[in-house]
Design a protein around this ligand. Structure first.
Ligand code: ADP
Ligand code: MG
Length: 637
């Protein structure tokens, strides 16, 4: 997959492939150094006399020097006073008065904490790797007018490819027919879509928005994998979760407090050893461990259930959510509807003609309803007439030219907007089918409504239970759908969702989310479609359906439900809260322990060594408490 990336051999900073490899070897080196240091500490504890110098020195140097280095760098470059400054001062002070073991132990725990943090980042990265495996890049290759789905890696130079709305472009190439706009932000960071039409170049890995086009592949494979790698490494910034930053802000206060306390201790007691002990026990070892261990364990828990977390802070944000918005088609329903009925409203066309016309136009759409129409067409998709100048109207329908006629397929809103009236027969058919709970799409040729197709989708069997559990967790479910009021009401009634919005355009979904946030109600959004992407991106937490979801939805979301299993949503919410509770508990425990230790150190009841051991106990408790999250909720299934 990454062969192409290697061939280009950019500088190390730019080469994401090497960046990943680097962190891997860094981690391996850290593990080895920690093992050696751990052994040295053990020897120092049980048989120090056998050695000419205290073996704890090995640990103090191996673990301490990177801390000193980082602290000095932070202080010099940014004036940062972080935990590592305190640890450095404590280390030097302890070593200066001959308390090698205490110094070594504190250094050891701090290094262990940062190793765990690194491993957490890697865990999120693994999640992303799994995500890439789950949604391997596919390409639609056109051969003899028929479309076959092949892995993007199998695309050859010169192949003609078809790209549908919301899909990732599988290779570099040139558009031969059709037009669209493309989201290039993956490669350029530029979020304005760029318009593309016949003759224009397109880049592999970028995302096609609302049109569909055919292209010839010119460069294959490598570029899309380059963009994948860049994305992968960039989105895995678990270490920078906001709560970590909060801890950093505290750090300055803690550091200054520690220095002051140590100084006061010395002033009152005139015993340098007590002052050093105060410095040692002030080191926030267990606090440093609390957040990364909890996030890491929670991500592990979720990965085992097929839930992929792209950003560690998403879980923290999820714990704050008060409202859960759902898209309907594809999320609460299977998104694999069947054609329930077809009607022609004009004498010149049979029902069959209407269905063929609709299917031909919908062939270029990725929407679940469009796929259903094509599937429901008895003549098969290969024999359908070709469509030109296709555009998708997100949340409303599609438009394209077949032969000489301009065909419009979509919902009632779209037809109102274009001022295409429905005949009495049309109204009667629509009313009847809607009462049956069907979703209706209308078909127009050159501005005349010629017929309609009714589609019946089924609610996912677990949706009701999931919605109930979400509500009992104190999160209010809301249905946001582009479908008609009747369809929305029918689903809302079946699932007992009290709040719903029908006839939503992508903008209206987005607006609901931002309005809600403005009123202080953070919303998580769950969706699958191109029309959900803006809302997924804007939501406090965006959750995509991994299987049925379009590429753009998955890319816009923070979390992906790998197997489209809506049942996992309540678990996800509950776990995020349990994770925050764990972190808070861990932090409080650490504080209490530290303050008790400080008091004892002041009175001289703790030596630097016993002080460091109290620390150790705190760290172990914190780790055990976090690890519990790994299997949390396993009993509920
Ligand atoms: P939801 O929000 O329920 O997932 P969408 O926003 O994707 O639904 O679509 C809203 C409505 O727009 C659909 O119910 C349908 O009437 C119409 N629509 C969207 N895309 C298409 C399409 N490709 N063909 C026909 N109708 C469409
Ligand atoms: Mg949808």
């Amino acid at each position: 997959m990454m062969k192409g990336v290697r061939k280009k051999s950019p500088s190390p900073e730019e080469d994401p492939d090497r960046r990943v490899a680097d962190t891997r070897s860094d981690v391996r080196r850290d593990i080895v150094l920690l093992c050696i240091s751990g052994l040295a500490l053990v020897f120092s504890m049980i048989c120090r006399d056998l050695f000419p110098v205290d073996p704890a020195w090995i640990a103090a140097v191996l673990c301490g020097s990177p801390i000193l280095w980082e602290a000095a760098k932070g202080l010099a470059e940014r004036g940062d006073i972080k935990a590592d400054v305190l640890v450095s001062v404590a280390l030097i002070a302890a070593l200066a008065i001959g308390e090698t073991f205490a110094a070594a132990e504190v250094a050891f725990i701090m290094r262990f904490g940062s190793l765990l943090e690194e491993l957490t980042v890697r865990k999120a990265r693994k999640g992303i790797e799994r995500l890439l495996l789950l949604k391997p890049d596919k390409a639609r290759v056109l051969r003899d007018g028929d479309e076959t789905l092949v892995p993007a890696g199998d695309v050859r130079r010169g192949d003609v490819l078809r790209v549908l709305p919301g899909e990732k472009i599988p290779a570099d190439g040139r558009i031969i027919e059709g037009f669209s706009s493309v989201d290039m932000s993956v490669l350029t960071g530029e979020s304005m879509p760029v318009d593309k039409s016949a003759g224009d170049e397109v880049m592999g890995g970028t995302i096609n928005l609302f049109g569909s086009f055919d292209m010839t592949a010119e460069k294959t494979g490598e570029d899309s994998s380059l963009s994948r790698m860049i994305r992968m490494t960039e989105s895995a910034d678990v270490g920078k979760a906001p709560i970590v930053r909060k801890a950093d802000r505290w750090a300055t206060v803690i550091v200054l407090g520690a220095m002051l306390s140590a100084f006061l201790t010395w002033l009152f007691t005139r015993e340098i050893i007590r002052a050093v002990t105060v410095l040692v026990v002030f080191c926030p070892c267990s606090m440093v461990l609390a957040t990364p261990t909890a996030i890491s364990a929670a991500i592990g828990n979720l990965t085992a259930r097929g839930i992929l977390v792209r950003r560690g802070d998403a879980l923290e944000r999820l714990a704050e959510v008060k409202r859960a918005a759902f898209d309907k088609t594809g999320t609460l329903t299977w998104g694999q509807p069947d054609v329930a009925a077809v009607e022609s409203f004009v004498p010149a066309m049979t029902k069959e003609d209407v269905l063929v016309l609709a299917a031909a136009a919908e062939k270029r759409s990725e929407h679940p309803l469009a796929r259903a129409v094509v599937r429901g067409c008895p003549s098969g998709s290969a024999s359908l007439p070709a469509v030109r100048d296709f555009i998708m109207l997100p949340g409303r329908g599609i438009e394209g030219t077949i032969g000489e006629r301009r065909i419009l397929v979509g919902n009632a809103d779209l037809f109102n907007e274009r001022e295409i009236p429905l005949s009495d027969r049309g109204h009667a058919f629509a009313l009847w089918m809607r009462q049956e709970g069907c979703t209706l799409i209308y078909v127009a040729a050159d501005g005349v409504c010629v017929g309609a197709v009714a589609l019946a989708d089924r609610v996912r069997p677990d949706a009701r239970n999931a919605v109930d559990r979400i509500r009992s967790a104190g999160v209010e479910p809301v249905l946001l759908t582009g479908d008609s009021r009747e369809a929305a009401r029918s689903i809302a009634r079946q699932l007992e969702i009290r709040e719903w919005r029908a006839q939503c355009l992508p903008e209206s979904k987005l607006e609901f989310i931002t309005d809600s946030a403005r009123n202080g109600i953070p919303v998580c959004m769950t969706g699958d479609g191109v029309n959900d992407a803006p809302a997924l991106r804007a939501a406090h937490v965006g959750i995509a359906m991994g299987g049925i979801g379009s590429d753009i939805a998955v890319e816009s979301a923070d979390i992906t439900l790998g197997n489209d299993d809506i049942r996992q949503l309540p678990h996800l919410l509950a776990l995020s809260r349990e994770m925050m509770r764990t972190i808070t508990a861990d932090l409080s425990l650490s504080m209490v322990l530290n303050f008790a230790a400080i008091a004892l150190a002041f009175t001289g009841l703790l030596s630097p060594v016993t002080g460091a051991l109290v620390h150790n106990a705190g760290s172990v408790l914190v780790i055990l408490n976090s690890v519990r999250l790994l299997r949390w909720g396993a009993a509920q299934g």
